[in-house]
Design a protein around this ligand. Structure first.
Ligand code: SF4
Length: 248
């Protein structure tokens, strides 16, 4: 990665290199500034996901939870190999498939996860499942509350997920929340994910084999046919493609 080597800022922390500025930042509880993020993103663009996760967890520690939808457990597998106490946040909207909840329990038991289950506030009752602001009250606002006082958050977002995610950086700035967003799998393809699951013998969401290739809440997710896009089954009959968690 010649360009990154040539332009590497002191603050672009390589997992095996601990420049003083970032060591100080960690001790003081500060992270890189928004202005530093593009350079750090360039540094990590071609690096393995494991290095990105290691950087984030070593730099931010408990200030960087992993937010997981439990459609798969690839990022959990990577992260727990680095820090088996990494905090994993699951947004329980109250409308998940029973298979998803069972998968959460299976993965938690397998890894002994430091799992934090977030539930909606009473204000969500105003918006029934699938309604216009349902995701806002069952996902976005609960996550905002969970990320209060954190420095960063980590997600399994991939560029291939949706056109809106096509340019997602490996390390970016979440403008909505004013914090760092780490997407270690951003460059991964669906095949990369499947290969990792196979190579590491990971458990697979029980609905995957029934055509559910992107899995959200049960009222707004259907299986897809082989000729459909992976996410064609999300919010069927609606123009919505995102729940609002990944607007930045
Ligand atoms: S995915 Fe569907 S049911 Fe779940 S919070 Fe969003 S709109 Fe509501």
């Amino acid at each position: 990665m010649v360009l990154a080597e040539r332009t590497r800022p002191e603050s672009a922390l390589h997992p095996t290199v601990q420049p003083d500025p970032l060591a100080r930042a960690r001790l003081s509880g500060d992270g890189p500034s928004e202005a530093e993020i593009p350079t750090i993103a360039a540094w990590f663009e071609d690096r393995p996901a494991e290095e990105v996760v290691a950087w984030a967890l070593r730099l931010f520690g408990s200030g960087c939870p992993l937010v997981c939808s439990f459609q798969n457990c690839v990022l959990i597998d990577i992260a727990t190999r680095i820090d088996d106490q990494v905090e994993v946040i699951f947004l329980d909207t109250g409308s998940h498939f029973v298979e998803t909840l069972a998968f959460v329990q299976d993965v938690q038991a397998r890894y002994g996860l430091n799992l934090k289950v977030i539930t909606p506030g009473a204000d969500a009752d105003t918006w029934p499942c699938g309604s216009e602001r349902c995701c806002e009250f069952r996902k976005v606002l609960p996550l905002d509350r969970a990320l209060t006082d954190r420095t960063a958050w980590m997600t399994g977002l991939k560029r291939v997920d949706t056109p809106a995610r096509a340019h997602a950086p490996v390390v970016g700035w979440d403008t909505t929340r004013g914090m760092i967003k780490v997407n270690p799998l951003a460059r991964w393809s669906h095949d990369d994910l499947a290969r990792y699951e196979s190579d590491h013998r990971l458990p697979v969401h029980p609905l995957r084999g029934r055509g559910y290739l992107s899995i959200g809440c049960s009222p707004t997710t259907r299986p897809v046919t082989p000729d459909e896009d992976v996410r064609a089954g999300r919010w069927p009959g609606s123009r919505r493609t995102e729940c609002g968690l990944h607007t930045a």
